[in-house]
Design a protein around this ligand. Sequence first.
Ligand SMILES: *Cc1c(COP(=O)(O)O)cnc(C)c1O
Length: 408
Amino acid sequence: MSIDYNKHYQKCVDAVKSEGRYRIFANLERKAGRFPKAVYRSPNGTEKEVTIWCNNDYLAMGQHPKVIKAAREALENSGAGAGGTRNISGTTRYVVELEACVADLHNKEAGLVMSSGYVANEGALGTLGKLLPECAFFSDELNHASMIHGMKDSKQQKLIYRHNDLEHLEDLLKSVDIKRPKIIVFESVYSMEGDIAPIKEIADLADKYNAMTYLDEVHAVGLYGSRGGGIAEERGLMDRIDVIEGTFGKGYGAMGGFITANTAIIDAVRSYSPSFIFTTALPPAVSAAAMAAVEHLKVSGVERAKVRENVALLKSMLSEAGLPFMKGESHIVPLVVGEATCCKDVTDILMREYNIYVQPINYPTVPRGTERLRLTATAAHSLDDVKFMANALQDLWRNHSMLGSVAA
Ligand SMILES: *Cc1c(COP(=O)(O)O)cnc(C)c1O
């Protein structure tokens, strides 16, 4: 009896296709210095220049001259790869300096750099949970997949509270024996909603119920706070949070993830987490690029100010046009279409007729019926780019009756 493995996996792919969730990735070539413009190559081989409206390089640090220079120098100095895990020989000067740099960013004793933000969450939460017998996680229902997988890997109890709902969180905290160790896990800026967690109130509950706090600032580092330390820095709350996690892949325009905390916590994750121990370290060029971006944004507020200006203009134009965007406080502007095919149609028309690239956000990333465009105005968009986008959306909503059904 032979097993047709190929056929089996093809069936799995067909299932995704039949649900309309099969993805074809847009083939884009960003041009350093020209972002948010990029060259788009369509499946039939044609090329055109498009403006990207769904990228997380919010501050355009990926093309910043200082960042490119740092990466180039590290590449030429040390070569392409780190050559080993951190334990063996991958601990280069560049990662050591980067860890000190993020610890300083969040005013913590220590930092630990990992392969990505995903790996940092998954590795840190898995390890912190496993090392804390009888602990319970309290997790916001909209937390990112990386945190969910980390908590799951720890095999500890997990209680899910309704999004940003303090009463529900407190009910759940009350329901668990006060003597048991607890970890509250949440994000500052929620990436699909664009809203911000009540960090102070959550920290107050953590004190009241003797819980540890773990905060994902992935969409906030670089963008908020006078040195780019995120929402907790902006609100003067960094010392109320036990572990602050972030990425170099979004606002810092490079790649890699990190956690910062007191030395004991960092040392525990460093010593126990398989996701940290058994993988090759970040390459010198990537570490150097990340560090140049973090250091630049500790002292420069120009990029943050430009994002705010663009986002304010976008929100005010969408508001005036009566378009149904979700009114969060952050720089992320989700525009609700409310139906999967329609959402895809809108993005196809934007690409075909306006040379604007936005990826539709559909189930399972967001609940059915709330399909949306997630618009990100970066520091590199001009005010004209913003106006062009807002006008294009207004045209679409005016000319396509199917879009009228979701009210602002
Ligand atoms: C993107 C994202 C991550 C993962 O970060 P990467 O560096 O891209 O792996 C973690 N948390 C949240 C909330 C994210 O949106």
